[in-house]
Design a protein around this ligand. Structure first.
Ligand SMILES: Cc1ncc(C[n+]2csc(CCOP(=O)(O)OP(=O)(O)O)c2C)c(N)n1
Length: 565
């Protein structure tokens, strides 16, 4: 039937509204709740109307992590649609990651039909009774900024306006919308209302001039300042200003549990990834977008050190408990603070800058020597290590590569140079993120090499067959390198930390941590990919090069690097 003869349905207005907000993709894992959406996409294709591209993703975790990956690279929010309560439940792990990583995305799911018979879309399958919940959004309300259920078809545009303005305002984050089938299938009675054009969004916060003056004065006075970053670099412009400021003022930077590229390891002020060694001597600590700048159970700054907490949400209001001290707390984007500081500091002189520079440059050289020796010694040995694996990545990483790390990438051994070149798992640590995120990143930037470095545990959490399937079907060739220690290393470390003298230590803390490794390289082969297994350090460089060549040729690739603990 011609579109003109069909009465318009709310799902069409809804897709139009997504497109009006610049949403490029709707990552879907569908069910019986999708019928009006499928109809709306089909009509849009027939009439060439611009709507988001629908993409079937065969697991909800991967749908969320793909949207996450796309948005972290482009800054543009994307939408996901899942099946009622059950599909939504599958995605919550990745939603927690996105939430703590402040990724704006629109998560939606169908809602089982309200009506037991009657209107178009009423219940007509057994599951429609059992999938109803008293409060479907209740299971994820704590990790979204806003949730709502669309009540009427004529709300389609305003509901999307509201969802996106909240997702995109500071601090950004995911939002959730449930979409009942009868509502999506409602016949439109008039034009939809959207006041998008007259809906100015609040700007992200910037620091007051007096706070910047105070901070600049403290920096100028400081003998041993220290910058600890975590989330800094989500806006890649941060990294460029930080590099200049750190250089001019000889400010040591420790990207601790970093989620983004904050500073190149080749910058002389990069002082490793652990705050401990410099923390004890610091007299000024700038905590820049870091939820956990150090571990109080292990280390503390000196009691008289000045501490400054800076971030869009420096109190981490959604964290139930967090007690880091602060002498100056600044609610502002790190970019605005860094730029303002750079200007104000031009008029000042620091008492200790050159002495400090000499000390830190020497320290950096010594650290690099240690990192280099550690990696190359391992390369001459008979088992692969994390250091050697990362060192060998130097040959495949260029300025255009995006590295996705689910714990196993270390700049110390493979320095990066470019803002926007590193993305790591959220501080919430919900595993299974990296593979899907790398697919989303590749979708966002098809001309760039995307390399994900994953633990064997992290790889399996990602539903690898679903992810390899997407890479194959959507033509997203990515390079996956598995740091395969056949172990949940973090679990073992935690056991030994707490019970090093306990009974569990007699079995080397391996109970519940051993993860005998299958041939992961064969899984990628089943998806037309290039797979290699590497046991010997000497074989690793060539294996990585072959895999990178395969990816450049359009084939996904996986290198399973056996790294016995
Ligand atoms: C969804 C989820 N389940 C469980 C955990 C707990 N956990 C944290 S680290 C870890 C082990 C990860 O293993 P792997 O990726 O191989 O890295 P390794 O610790 O061996 O370096 C586990 C199971 C988690 N963080 N997320």
């Amino acid at each position: 039937m011609d579109n003109e003869l069909q009465p318009r349905i709310a799902a069409e207005d809804y897709l139009d509204a997504l497109a009006a907000h610049g949403i490029d993709h709707l990552f879907c894992n569908p069910g019986t709740d999708f019928a009006p959406i499928v109809e709306a996409f089909s009509r849009a294709a027939r009439s060439n109307r611009k709507v988001p591209r629908p993409m079937v993703v065969p697991h909800e975790n991967a749908a969320l992590s793909m949207a996450h990956g796309f948005t972290m690279v482009t800054g543009k929010p994307q939408a996901v649609m899942l099946h009622t309560n059950v599909g939504t439940a599958n995605s919550i792990n990745m939603l927690i990651d996105a939430s703590r990583d402040r990724i704006p995305l629109l998560l939606t799911s169908g809602r089982t039909p309200f009506t037991e018979s009657g209107p178009s879309g009423a219940r007509n399958a057994h599951i429609h009774w059992a999938q109803e919940m008293y409060d479907q959004a209740g299971m994820l309300r704590e990790v979204v900024k806003w949730d709502y259920e669309m009540k009427r078809g004529d709300q389609a545009a305003t509901v999307v306006d509201r969802a996106l303005e909240l997702a995109m305002s500071s601090p950004k984050g995911p939002v959730y919308l449930s979409l009942p089938r009868e509502v999506l299938g409602e016949v439109a009675t008039g034009p939809v209302e959207s006041n998008l054009a007259h809906r100015a969004r609040p700007r992200a916060p910037i620091a007051s001039a007096s706070d910047i003056e105070t901070l600049a004065a403290w920096i100028a006075e400081a003998r041993s300042p220290l910058i600890i970053t975590g989330h800094l670099g989500q806006d890649p412009r941060d990294a460029a200003v930080l590099a200049r400021l750190a250089e001019q003022w000889a400010l040591p930077v420790v990207p601790y549990n970093t989620r983004y590229f904050a500073l190149s390891a080749n910058h002389p002020m990069f002082q490793g990834s652990m705050p401990g060694p410099l923390l004890g001597d610091a007299d000024l600590i700038l905590v820049m977008e870091s939820d956990v700048p150090w571990l109080p159970s292990r280390e503390e700054p000196p009691v008289n050190a000045r501490i400054v907490q800076i971030g869009e949400d420096p109190l981490y209001a959604r964290y139930p408990m967090r007690s880091f001290p602060s002498d100056l707390t600044i609610t502002a984007t790190t970019l605005s603070v860094l730029e303002a500081l750079e200007q104000v500091l031009q008029a000042r002189k620091g008492a200790h800058v050159e002495a400090r520079r000499a000390r830190l440059v020497a320290r950096s050289a010594e650290l690099h020597r240690q990192w280099h020796d550690e990696a190359t010694e391992a390369g001459q040995g008979n088992k692969n290590t994390l250091a050697w694996l990362n060192h060998c990545l130097r040959d495949v990483v260029d300025r255009d590569t995006m590295v996705i790390s689910e714990y196993s990438f270390r700049q110390e051994y493979c320095p990066l140079e470019t803002p926007g070149s590193l993305y790591a798992v959220s501080s919430a640590g919900g595993l299974g993120w990296g593979f899907g995120a790398s697919l989303g990143a590749k979708l966002a930037a098809p001309d760039r090499m995307v390399l994900s470095v994953l633990g064997d545990g992290a790889y399996m959490f990602a539903n690898p067959t679903a992810c390899h399937y997407i890479a194959q079907m959507q033509k997203l060739p990515v390079l996956t390198v598995i740091y395969n220690n056949a172990l949940y290393g973090a679990v073992r470390r935690a056991t030994l930390d707490m019970y090093g003298a306990g009974t569990a230590a007699e079995a080397d803390g391996r109970l519940l941590a051993d993860l005998p490794a299958p041939n992961f390289e064969k899984i990628v082969s089943a998806h037309d990919g290039h797979g290699e297994r590497v046991e010997r350090p000497a074989d690793l460089p060539d294996a990585l090069r072959r895999a990178a060549d395969a990816v450049r040729g359009g084939q996904q690739a996986l290198v399973n690097v056996i790294c016995p603990p």
